[in-house]
Design a binder for this molecule. Structure first.
Ligand code: SF4
Length: 264
């Protein structure tokens, strides 16, 4: 028997969840893991529990030895950004690579055939990424179908946010920050606490480019952001809830594509 381990890394998002369902009966001994930053949305934790019940197998929760606040200090108070994404490395990738050690691993990644983004680039040679949806030519339509047929549907945060990940993730678009404020006011307040302004140097440490959350939450600004957001509806389950997907607005165009480890 081969000693290769087969692992799906879950992010709490729709694509990795659909992949876990797709592979459940195709690969024997498949392991499901989730790297928990301790800063995830409550909806993500709920969704993982639903998925775990469906799979009938445990989802291994991995955590870094030291959490986000420790690493923020180590990185001199610099909030992570698309240019300096230390958070993914220390909170997601390192715990995963520690978990697998030196074992030979096939890591299944839920990037779809209709996406144009790079995969996970392992830092260890014993990890080989595999892209079953790309191999099968599966697109967003197939992800919708898999989630609908399983009865699991989409994570409930999809009604106001398009991606999995930490509640304060800098990849959020302006109107997703508004969504955080409306859906999780306490988490929005927690996010605000991380932002800093150095009066001596004039340096600002903000999650969202060009404005602080305090500026973003002003009623006029919220109205402006909402007016700019273009909303598309797609159907999802459970309860045939309408989901909102939000199209990029001008202010968000500078963002790099989000990482495949956190947001699949
Ligand atoms: S979800 Fe966002 S903030 Fe959290 S680890 Fe990933 S990139 Fe960083």
């Amino acid at each position: 028997m081969s000693n290769v381990r087969h692992i799906v890394s879950l992010s709490g998002g729709k694509d990795s969840t659909a992949l876990a369902i797709y592979l459940r009966d195709r690969i024997e001994g498949l392991e499901y893991v989730f790297s928990d930053t301790d800063k995830e949305l409550p909806e993500t934790y709920e969704y993982l529990e639903i998925l775990e019940a469906f799979l009938g197998r445990p989802i291994i929760r991995l955590k870094a030895d030291r959490g986000f606040d420790h690493w923020l200090q180590v990185y001199g108070g610099y909030l992570p950004s698309s240019r300096m994404r230390w958070c993914t490395k220390v909170l997601k990738i390192k715990p995963f690579e520690k978990y697998i050690g030196d074992d030979d691993v096939r890591m299944y990644v839920g990037i779809r055939a209709d996406e144009n983004r790079g995969g996970y680039r392992p830092t260890k040679p014993n990890i080989v990424p595999v892209y079953p949806f790309i191999e099968a030519g599966y697109t967003l339509h197939d992800v919708h179908r898999i989630l609908a047929e399983s009865g699991i549907g989409f994570p409930s945060y999809y009604s106001w946010r398009t991606r999995s990940g930490c509640y304060f993730c800098f990849y959020q678009r302006k109107n997703e920050w508004v969504g955080l404020k409306e859906n999780h006011p306490k988490l929005f307040e927690e996010s605000k606490k991380y932002e800093k302004f150095n009066e001596e140097t004039g340096e600002r440490y903000t999650w969202s480019e060009r404005e602080s959350l305090e500026e973003l939450e002003q009623p006029d600004r919220v109205r402006q952001i909402k007016e700019k957001a273009v909303k598309l509806t797609v159907s999802g389950r459970p309860a045939d809830k309408k989901l909102l997907l939000t199209v990029l607005d001008d202010e968000d165009e500078g963002d790099d594509l989000p990482c495949s480890f956190c947001h699949i």
